[in-house]
Design a protein around this ligand. Sequence first.
Ligand code: ADP
Ligand code: ADP
Ligand code: ZN
Length: 217
Amino acid sequence: MNLILLGPPGAGKGTQAKELSVRHKLVQLSTGDMLRAAAKAGTKVGIEAKAVMDKGELVSDEIVVKIIAERIEQPDCAEGFILDGFPRTLNQAAALEKMLKDKKRKLNAVIELKVDYNRLVERIVGRYACAKCGEGYHDRFKRPKARKVCDICGSTEFSRRDDDTAEAVTTRMLAYYRDTSPLIGYYFAKGTLRSVDGMETIDKVAKDIEGVLAVRS
Ligand code: ADP
Ligand code: ADP
Ligand code: ZN
C-alpha cells in the first residue's frame, strides 16, 4: 500500500505517518526529516536547504523530487510507503505520478488531515522531539510519561525545530495555501482523496484513518 498524508504544517502528518507505518509495516518517508538529516550531516544540499527551511519557504522541487526518487528505489520501499510532507506542489505530484507509473505501482489513497488555523499554530509552537530517537512530543498534547524522559529511548535530551517560530510559521502557512493546498483539489479530481478530521485526539484520528482505509479496500 502506498499512501500520502496531506495537510498544513502541524496537522499531525508526522505523528500519524509514524503510527501507520508501524501498524501496516510501511516505510515512512518524510522529506522534512530527510532534509533536516542532510542539514545536520552538513551536505551541500542540506546546508542549502536549511537556509530555505528556516525562513519557512519551500525547498526546490528539483531537490525534493531527487531525494524521493532515490529513496523509493531502496528495497525496503517495495512493500509500500507513506509519504509525509511530499508532494507539496503540483509539480512534485506530477513527478511522483511518473515515478510510480515507471515502477508499475499505484497510489492507494491520499489522506487529508483537516485542522483549524489556531489549532495548527498551537500545535507547532508546542512541538518538540527527542534529540536521540526523534520521537515527537507536545508541551500540552503529548507529554512523555515520565517528566523529561523519552518514552521510547529513555533519553533526557529534547530539541525544537528551528522553523517552529512564529515568523517562520506565517510564511509556512502561506506557502501551504499557495503551493500545497491545490493538491487537495487535484487528488479529489482523481478520486483518491480521503479527508479526516484532524482536530480529534491522536488516537481518534488514527482510528478514523483506519476507517477510511477500510472503506477503500
Ligand atoms: P511540517 O511538519 O511543518 O509540515 P516538514 O517537516 O514537512 O514540515 O517540512 C519542513 C520544511 O522542509 C518545509 O517548510 C520546507 O522548507 C521543507 N520541505 C519539506 N518537504 C518539502 C517538499 N516536499 N517540498 C519542498 N520543501 C519541503
Ligand atoms: P506535521 O507533521 O503535520 O507538521 P506533527 O505530527 O509534527 O505535525 O504534529 C504537530 C504537533 O502536534 C506535535 O507536537 C504533535 O505531538 C502534536 N499533535 C499531533 N497530532 C495531534 C492531535 N491529534 N492532537 C493534539 N496534538 C497533536
Ligand atoms: Zn527518544
